[in-house]
Design a protein. Structure first.
Ligand code: HEC
Length: 151
């Protein structure tokens, strides 16, 4: 099969979602810790891609693609820990999340879809093909953080 014929399959695979049964957290700090660990993971993969795009480290197509694959998978449950209102002094989440939960959930869903598109774009192995999708994901991080995360 040629690469072009494989693309629709890759696209379908990127949008297969992991079953989403929300966890029930006994303690607020458990939810906060999960959220922070999860976002750290997101930040690690995305940050490495950003370093390549910004020329801070050499572009490595295989590494970039692997980061994009991982990001597309983990963002399928980035909403975990945000279902119920769990806040501690250690959390940077704004209480507005739970006053505008539908909007927050929509941003999370868009985030995951954009990460799926970045994964597909990265499959070409050419950095410039991934730049528009990378920027869309970056906008997702920024728009959610601006509204729902304290500095
Ligand atoms: C739909 C909302 C949303 C999106 C999209 C989102 N984040 Fe976050 N992020 C949050 C919230 C809310 C917190 C604060 C969580 C807390 O402290 O309880 C956070 C926290 C973080 C943290 C701090 C973790 C820590 O240890 O305190 C990092 C790093 C981070 N996000 C990176 C990213 C990056 C990079 C992206 C995009 C690739 C992204 N986030 C996308 C909502 C979002």
């Amino acid at each position: 099969m040629t690469f072009k014929k494989l693309i629709p399959y890759a696209a379908a695979a990127a949008f297969v979602s992991v079953s989403a049964h929300a966890m029930d957290f006994a303690k607020d700090e458990d939810a906060v810790n999960l959220r922070k660990a999860h976002m750290d993971l997101v930040g690690t993969y995305f940050g490495d891609m950003g370093a390549m795009i910004k020329g801070k480290k050499p572009f490595d197509a295989a590494q970039f693609q692997s980061n994009a694959d991982r990001l597309a998978v983990v963002t399928q449950w980035s909403g975990e820990g945000f279902e119920g209102k769990h806040l501690t002094s250690d959390s940077k989440a704004k209480p507005e999340i739970w006053e505008n939960k539908a909007e927050f959930d929509k941003l999370m869903k868009a985030f995951s879809e954009k990460a799926g598109k970045l994964k597909i774009a990265s499959a070409s192995g050419v950095m410039k093909d991934s730049i528009p999708a990378f920027k869309e994901v970056a906008d997702s991080c920024g728009s959610c953080h601006k509204k729902f995360k304290n500095k």
